[in-house]
Design a binder for this molecule. Structure first.
Ligand SMILES: [Zn+2]
Length: 494
């Protein structure tokens, strides 16, 4: 039993901070009481005096395999990133898959994030050992995850009409020799994984991750849909992340990606679209009407030059909004405080009508309750409330960004950068104290990470050289295609 004593607690009803003590039994918040009204005797006491107490932040979109490739690239678009995936994430051992996931989980924990929707990629298809290694890493560090094996049955070069033809002959052959496993094999691995799931589903939930609609055949998408319904698991897909994707959807389907997914029956309350930059009003209406979520990932959208998503339009139409960092390969850090700050700022560049800007309260809600719903943990996490899981973050009021304390919610969203995170509790266990991870030996990962990079650099040398030969052709083709005018109703980007 635990007593979190003397703190200022975020009230989910009004987003104000109020003095209260939190009583935790096992993994749950069992009561919020007046300060000092419950005896500390026989309880583990967590001193929250001089702290703001918030629910653990929830990362709506992430990729475990990319933590070993953080900082690897500078001026890459999404398409250049995908073209380089064979070497940036290739030839990993099971231990390296665990290592990459553990580094990311530790970073999130250190920065006050206690749950993550993780699309973990392996090539040419997910493996039981790989997915279990990533789930084990989350379990060992102690934070929650919705873990979706990321899958495709078309390669990047098969997915984009005309791209392979833009490569010179020998390179075209090499590109077309990259083959993902057939859809039935992908679905079979997921079925086996999910029916024999080894982890506590309240901590690590399985989900399905067919990566991008046009990277998956319709048969594959329908196979995933049926498996999801049968085994009651959620979905995450990259949807309308780049302008290229929106244009390819018109070429392939003669309609938007969301309309296509809707027609195939994939949109359900368990569906979370990552990014949603290039959506129109009809797309948002379809997502909202089916109870879907969108993970808005402003850092990644800006770093890869994908565009600026219209979060006000999402909220106004009733889409559940979550926030994410995306993987360390595309936005490089996993800092949900930064994601909140950027989400707030990005909402303001659309125009001068301040009523349409996201408020800091809306942003904080997206990073907690919104994310909880997107991950399939609605009603379990995302609020400091009786009956909810004890996933709790204590922020140090002595940190410079709270001096002086004028408005806690504004300061959490606009000033906090993660350095004020003092204590993190997940599932009723203290995992981080005084800014140091206590549940896991992060320092031991450093040596392993250096060794892994040395090995991977060597085994991926040829693959890297080949990707670099292809890169200018990919870049030129995609830039050309992206010049196609594409007007998104209500919001035009270039
Ligand atoms: Zn992603």
């Amino acid at each position: 039993m635990m007593l979190i004593k003397g703190g200022r607690i975020l009230n989910p009803a009004n987003y104000r901070f109020e003095a209260a003590d939190i009583v935790v039994e096992a993994d749950r918040i069992v009561d919020l009481v007046a300060p000092g009204s419950v005896s500390a005797e026989g309880r583990q006491v967590v001193d929250a005096s001089d702290r703001l107490v918030i629910p653990g932040l929830v990362n709506g979109h992430n990729h475990a395999q990319t933590n070993l490739s953080k900082g690897i690239a500078d001026r890459w678009t999404l398409e250049i990133l995908l073209a380089n995936a064979p070497w940036t994430g290739g030839r990993r051992s099971v231990e390296e898959k665990y290592l990459s996931a553990a580094i990311g989980a530790c970073e999130m924990l250190r920065k006050g994030c206690t749950a993550s929707f993780d699309m973990f990629a392996e090539f040419p298809l997910p493996t039981i050992d790989g997915v279990n290694a990533v789930a084990q890493a989350y379990a060992d560090v102690g934070i929650r995850a919705a873990l979706a094996p990321m899958m495709a049955d078309r390669s990047f070069y098969e997915a984009i009409p005309g791209l392979a033809d833009a490569l010179p002959g020998p390179l075209r052959e090499q590109a077309l020799s990259i083959k993902h496993a057939p859809h039935a094999q992908n679905v079979a691995v997921c079925r086996e994984l999910f029916t024999n799931w080894k982890f506590d589903r309240t901590q690590i939930r399985p989900a399905l991750g067919p990566t991008i609609p046009h990277h998956c055949s319709d048969e594959f998408l329908m196979g995933c849909r049926d498996l999801g319904l049968e085994l009651d698991v959620g979905f995450q897909m990259h949807v309308a992340e780049s302008k290229m994707q929106a244009i390819v959807a018109q070429q392939r389907y003669g309609k938007t990606l969301v309309a296509h997914l809707d027609d195939l029956g994939l949109l359900t309350p368990g569906f979370c679209a990552a990014h949603g930059v290039w959506l129109d009003d009809d797309d948002r209406a379809r997502l909202a009407d089916h109870g879907c979520s969108i993970s808005h990932n402003p850092g990644s959208n800006m770093k890869l030059g994908s565009g600026l998503a219209d979060t006000r339009a999402m909220l106004s139409r009733g889409v559940n909004l979550a926030l994410g960092t995306d993987g360390a390969g595309s936005s490089d850090n996993l800092n949900m405080f930064e994601a909140m700050r950027l989400a707030s700022f990005v909402s303001r560049v659309h125009g001068r009508d301040t009523e349409l800007w996201l408020s800091t309260q809306e942003v904080l809600r997206a990073a907690t309750e919104g994310g909880a719903q997107a991950l399939g943990f609605a009603g379990q996490i995302g609020r400091l409330q009786k009956g909810y899981k004890a996933d709790i973050v204590l922020l140090d009021l002595g940190a410079p960004h709270y001096v002086p304390l004028n408005d806690p919610v504004n300061q959490i969203v606009h000033c906090e950068d993660g350095t004020g995170v003092h204590t993190v509790i997940v599932n009723g266990r203290v995992l981080l104290e005084a800014g140091r991870i206590t549940s896991f030996d992060f320092d031991a990962l450093r040596v392993k990470a250096a060794a892994a990079i040395e090995r991977l650099t060597e085994v991926n040398r040829e693959s890297r050289a080949l990707c670099q030969q292809m890169e200018p052709y990919v870049s030129q083709f995609c830039s050309g295609l992206a010049k196609t005018p594409y007007h998104v109703a209500g919001f035009c980007q270039h």
